[in-house]
Design a protein around this ligand. Structure first.
Ligand code: ZN
Length: 317
């Protein structure tokens, strides 16, 4: 059994569900043929940021009703349970689901109903992580941090356990969102930050680890470039949510064999393998572990240690 720590709600649905929800809701898609649609929206090495955003625009287009959100949350849990995962942490930005007027309560409640039903039916455990959008204003992310804090403290059944910073990293420094993260941390939420995912973002990664004291870092691929920061991450016990396939798609590494996960692991950094976007990156945690073993040189014992790191870094204990 294993814990999946880094999975986006809007990037991990079943392709068949995407088509069905679009047909049912009268929503326009580039194609209604699942195979053809997948070939158009799935991430590819060398894709542009526009293509990446267009893929999320497609998935989000069907995620504007409580039924759709709840069903997708449920199915993500069920799919992961069927892959041998017993704990999943699902991240999303509630603001992205208000295109047809849904209120925050309806959105957060829909995710909760989906994961609760999966917990009941499958036995999996799941929680929610809110993701602030790094291109948003500071005020907007502070508002989201306030909402996350409310659910974390006042509505524990909703299992809002963490706060994240996500979306395009280039030229969007994390320090713009300092106050939001202070609000979240003061409320007792755990912190993860997408950082060190694009060229030139080492300063952002340094800030996320040293100043924001993130419990976990999404990607953190550039950590390998700073020996002192590696030592700091080790001392603080920062867990790196490592998404190898996703890193090839976004271009921070050119080839799987170049990925620094094994060098970081050997240096003593806590590495947890994750899928990031099961649909759009066409991967699973199990597949990422296979890549780690067959391409990156992790041994079976190494991977057992990584699975232990994942378990220990859960936001929902
Ligand atoms: Zn991510």
């Amino acid at each position: 059994m294993a814990s999946e720590l880094h999975l986006h709600l809007d990037g991990s649905m079943r392709i068949g569900t995407l088509v069905e929800l679009a047909r049912f809701g009268g929503i326009s898609l580039p194609s209604y043929d699942a195979k053809e649609l997948l070939s158009q929206i799935k991430f590819k090495q060398g894709m542009t940021q526009e293509e990446c955003l267009a893929a999320f625009a497609t998935t989000l287009s069907v995620m504007q009703t409580e039924y759709a959100i709840s069903r997708i949350a449920y199915e993500i849990c069920e799919d992961n349970w069927n892959r041998g995962i017993n704990h999943v942490e699902i991240r999303y930005c509630p603001f992205l689901h208000q295109g047809k007027g849904l209120g925050i309560e309806a959105i957060v409640g829909a995710v909760q109903r989906g994961i609760s039903l999966a917990e009941k039916n499958c036995g999996i455990r799941a929680c929610q992580i809110f993701g602030a959008l790094r291109h948003d204003t500071a005020e907007r992310s502070e508002e989201l941090a306030g909402i996350a804090s409310y659910y974390h403290k006042e509505k524990p059944d909703y299992k809002v356990a963490g706060f994240d910073l996500c979306c395009a990293e280039a030229n969007n420094p994390p320090w713009k969102h300092d106050k939001a993260f202070m609000i979240a941390q003061e409320a007792g939420l755990k912190i993860t930050v997408h950082a060190g995912e694009v060229p030139g973002s080492l300063d952002y990664l340094r800030y996320a680890i040293c100043a924001m004291k993130a419990d976990r870092i999404g990607h953190g691929t550039l950590l390998i470039e700073d020996e002192r920061l590696i030592q700091t991450a080790k001392r603080l016990g920062t867990t790196i949510e490592c998404c190898v396939t996703s890193n090839v798609h976004t271009g921070i590494i050119k080839d799987l064999t170049e990925h620094p996960a094994k060098r970081l692991f050997d240096a003593g950094v806590r590495i947890a393998f994750c899928a990031d976007n099961s649909l759009l990156s066409q991967t699973t945690m199990e597949r990422e572990l296979r890549i780690a073993m067959h391409v990156l040189g992790f041994t079976k014992e190494d991977l057992e240690k990584c699975l232990k790191y994942s378990d220990e870094a859960r936001f929902l204990k």
